[in-house]
Design a protein around this ligand. Structure first.
Ligand SMILES: [Zn+2]
Length: 175
């Protein structure tokens, strides 16, 4: 139950910050007639009335604070929700980037393994061919010298290629 600040009548209101019983008292309030009804009361009665108004004012302040608390909590919830959504989006992007990087690394490793296998095959093939050629040119020192030169050049090239392929495979064994 509210107490009109102008005429002193009790009234009902749905808003916690209602001060007056109706339009008429609202007009009087804006003209500066707050607590006008106290003028006709005894000193004791006036004190009692003022205490009732003070209690109502305190209650209104509490109501106002409660409304603010609810709004504040709602705002905090909202920003926490936004933050969680942003974190989830960032995590999704991270996971996609990691997947992509893993796939690229896998492709590179596969290519390096293929390259190494081809080189190893070439080493064996070349080794067999050289064995046969050495046997065939055994009687010709000139042909042997040419063959040795070919062997040096091809071996160096194969060694370089093998080194490149092994270097590509290193990250896999490290991580
Ligand atoms: Zn009134």
């Amino acid at each position: 139950m509210f107490l009109c600040r102008v005429c002193g009548e009790q009234f009902r209101a749905s808003r916690y910050n209602a001060l007056v019983c109706g339009e008429r008292c609202q007009k009087r309030l804006t003209r500066g007639h707050a607590f006008a009804y106290l003028a006709g009361l005894s000193k004791i009665r006036r004190d009692v009335e003022r205490a009732r108004h003070r209690r109502l004012d305190r209650w209104r302040l509490e109501q106002r604070q409660a409304v603010l608390d609810v709004e504040q909590q709602r705002e905090a919830n909202r920003s926490a929700r936004v933050q969680r959504r942003q974190q989830r989006a960032a995590a999704k992007i991270d996971a996609a980037e990691r997947r992509e990087a893993r796939y690229e690394r896998q492709v590179e490793e596969d290519q390096a393994r293929e390259r190494k296998a081809r080189i190893e095959w070439l080493v064996n093939f070349f080794g067999d061919a050289m064995d046969r050629l050495e046997y065939m040119v055994a009687d010709s020192p000139e042909a042997k010298a040419v063959l040795a030169l070919v062997q040096d050049v091809v071996s160096d090239t194969i060694d370089d290629e093998l080194e490149v392929a092994m270097a590509r495979l290193m990250p896999q064994s490290a991580g």
